[in-house]
Design a protein around this ligand. Structure first.
Ligand code: SAM
Ligand code: SF4
Length: 439
C-alpha cells in the first residue's frame, strides 16, 4: 500500500485529519502555556492581522448521552464536572492577565455538549469567560447542544451572556435510528423544537448526520425537512465516518458496499434538500476562521487546541488526564515561515477552501506570486490560481490528500511518525478509501 495513503487512512481513523501538525505533536515537558502566549503577544513579527482574529475555544466534554457513532472527546455527565469547571477557571485565570486588552473575535463552546451543563454551571462558565477576557467586540459567540439538553432557563442564560449562534445536533429524528445509536429517546421532541422557535438566536445551525445505523432515505428526509422548517441560518451535514474504537466490520464485503452506497444516497438527498431550501450545507465559524483565515486560537478545556501561528501549536490533554493535570500538553514548535505557510495551505486546501494570497501576504509578508510558486512547486497542476486565491483542481479527494502528504515537508514528516492501525491491515485499499473518506 502507498505510504501517503497509509498515513491518510491512519490519520482519518484516529480522527487526526483536521489539523496538519497534530500527528507531529509530542509531549512538551517544560512548556508553559502562559509563557507561550506571552511570547506570541509580545512578538513584533506577529502581524496585527493575526492578532485581530483571535478566537476562544472552550471544550465541554460532557453529554447527557453517549452516542455510539461519536468520535469526539466526550463522556457522560458525572461527578467530575466540578473539577473540570474549576480547572477551566484556573486556566482562564492564568491567561487573563496576559491577554488583557486583546479583544477576541470569536468564541466557540464545543464538545461534547456544552448545553448538557446545568443552568448554574452554564452561568458560572459563561460568566467566567466574560469576566476574564475581552469579549466586548465578539463577532460571533457559538454554543453547541443536543435536543434533550435544551431547557428554557439554559437558553435564557446563554442569551444573557451573549451567545449569538446556537448549534443544535438533530442528527436524525427517527426514534429507532436514535436508539440504534444509543441516543436518548422518549423525550418530547416537539416541545424541544418549540423552544428553538421561542428562543431564537441571531444564528441557528442544525447538525444532521447520515449513514449511521438505522438511518435511511425516509428518516433523513424527515429530519432535513423538519430542520428546514425551523428556519435555521445553516444546516451542517455530516457523513458518518467509522473511527478507531467503533467496531466496523471491514471483512463483510456486502455490508460494507451497502454502507457506502446508502450513505452516498442519503448525503445526496440531504444536500439536495438543503440546497433547494437555499441554505448552505456547511457552517462552523470557529473552524472556518481558524482554518481559512489562519486565526490564532486560545483553547481551554480537555483536548482543546491552541494555535499560535508562527510560534507553536499545542493541545490540552484528554479529559481523564486534564482532570489530573491540565498542563500536560502535547504540541509542536514552528521553526520557520515555510512550515507555517505549509500549515496555512494544507488547512485550506484539505477542506477544498481557497487559500487567499492577499491574506498570505499580510500574514507572511510574501508576494502572492511567491506563495503561488511555493505551492505550485509542491502540488503542480493539482492546484489552480484565480482571483487572488489558490484552489484545487477538481478531482479525487483521496488522491489530493495523498499529494499533500507526499509533497509537503510536514506531510512527509507525518508519514514517518504515523503508524498504520494494525486492525486495518489486510483490508483492501479501495474499501478503506470508500468507507473512511469517500462518499
Ligand atoms: C460536538 S458534536 C455536537 C453535537 C451535540 N453534542 C449533539 O450530539 O447533538 C458535533 C458533530 O459531530 C458529528 N459527528 C460525531 N461523530 C461523528 C462521526 N463518527 N462521523 C461523522 N460525524 C460525526 C455529529 O453529527 C455532531 O453533530
Ligand atoms: S454526538 Fe453529541 S451528545 Fe452524542 S456523544 Fe457525541 S458529543 Fe455527546
Amino acid at each position: 500500500m502507498r505510504a501517503a495513503f497509509r498515513t491518510l487512512i491512519a490519520k482519518t481513523w484516529r480522527q487526526l485529519n483536521h489539523e496538519m501538525p497534530i500527528p507531529l505533536y509530542r509531549p512538551l515537558p517544560d512548556f508553559s502555556k502562559t509563557d507561550a502566549w506571552r511570547a506570541w503577544l509580545a512578538d513584533p513579527d506577529v502581524p496585527d492581522e493575526l492578532r485581530a482574529r483571535l478566537g476562544l475555544y472552550v471544550h465541554v466534554p460532557y453529554c447527557l448521552q453517549e452516542c455510539s457513532f461519536c468520535y469526539l472527546e466526550r463522556r457522560l455527565v458525572d461527578g467530575t464536572v466540578g473539577v473540570w469547571l474549576q480547572s477551566l477557571i484556573d486556566e482562564a485565570d492564568a491567561l487573563a492577565p496576559i491577554l488583557e486588552g486583546t479583544p477576541f473575535r470569536t468564541v466557540y463552546l464545543g464538545g461534547g455538549t456544552p448545553g448538557a451543563l446545568t443552568p448554574a454551571q452554564l452561568e458560572t462558565l459563561l460568566g467566567t469567560l466574560a469576566d476574564r477576557f475581552d469579549l466586548g467586540d465578539v463577532a460571533e459567540w457559538s454554543l453547541e447542544s443536543d435536543l434533550p439538553s435544551l431547557t428554557a432557563p439554559k437558553l435564557e442564560a446563554m442569551k444573557r451572556h451573549g451567545v449569538t449562534r446556537l448549534s443544535v445536533g438533530l442528527q436524525n429524528l427517527d426514534e429507532d435510528a436514535l436508539a440504534a445509536n444509543k441516543r436518548l429517546v422518549g423525550f418530547d421532541v416537539n416541545a424541544k423544537l418549540a423552544l428553538l422557535e421561542s428562543h431564537r438566536f441571531d444564528r441557528l445551525n442544525l447538525d444532521v448526520i447520515v449513514g449511521i445505523p438505522g438511518s435511511n432515505l425516509a428518516n433523513v428526509e424527515h429530519t432535513v425537512r423538519t430542520a428546514i422548517q425551523l428556519r435555521p441560518t445553516r444546516i451542517s451535514l455530516y457523513t458518518f465516518n467509522p473511527y478507531e474504537g467503533y467496531a466496523f466490520d471491514f471483512t463483510d464485503e456486502a455490508a460494507t458496499d451497502r454502507f457506502v452506497r446508502e450513505r452516498a444516497e442519503q448525503i445526496e438527498l440531504a444536500r439536495r434538500l438543503v440546497g433547494e431550501a437555499g441554505l448552505p450545507d456547511h457552517d462552523n465559524l470557529q473552524l472556518h476562521e481558524t482554518m481559512t483565515a489562519h486565526a490564532p486560537l486560545v483553547g481551554l478545556g480537555p483536548s482543546a487546541n491552541n494555535r499560535l501561528p508562527l510560534h507553536c501549536y499545542f493541545k490540552n490533554p484528554t479529559t481523564q488526564q486534564y482532570l489530573r493535570d491540565p498542563n500536560a500538553v502535547i504540541g509542536r514548535r514552528i521553526a520557520s515561515i515555510d512550515e507555517e505557510l505549509e500549515c496555512f495551505l494544507f488547512n485550506c486546501l484539505v477542506r477544498n477552501r481557497p487559500a487567499d494570497l492577499r491574506l498570505a501576504r499580510r500574514l507572511f509578508g510574501w508576494k502572492p506570486s511567491a506563495v503561488y510558486a511555493f505551492c505550485a512547486e509542491r502540488l503542480g497542476d493539482a492546484i489552480t490560481l484565480g482571483d487572488g486565491v489558490i484552489g484545487r483542481t477538481p478531482g479525487d479527494d483521496v488522491a489530493f490528500g495523498e499529494l499533500l502528504l507526499e509533497r509537503f515537508d510536514l506531510g512527509r514528516e507525518q508519514q514517518a511518525t504515523v503508524t498504520f492501525p494494525p486492525e486495518l491491515e489486510g483490508v483492501p485499499e479501495d474499501r478503506l478509501a470508500e468507507v473512511m473518506i469517500g462518499y
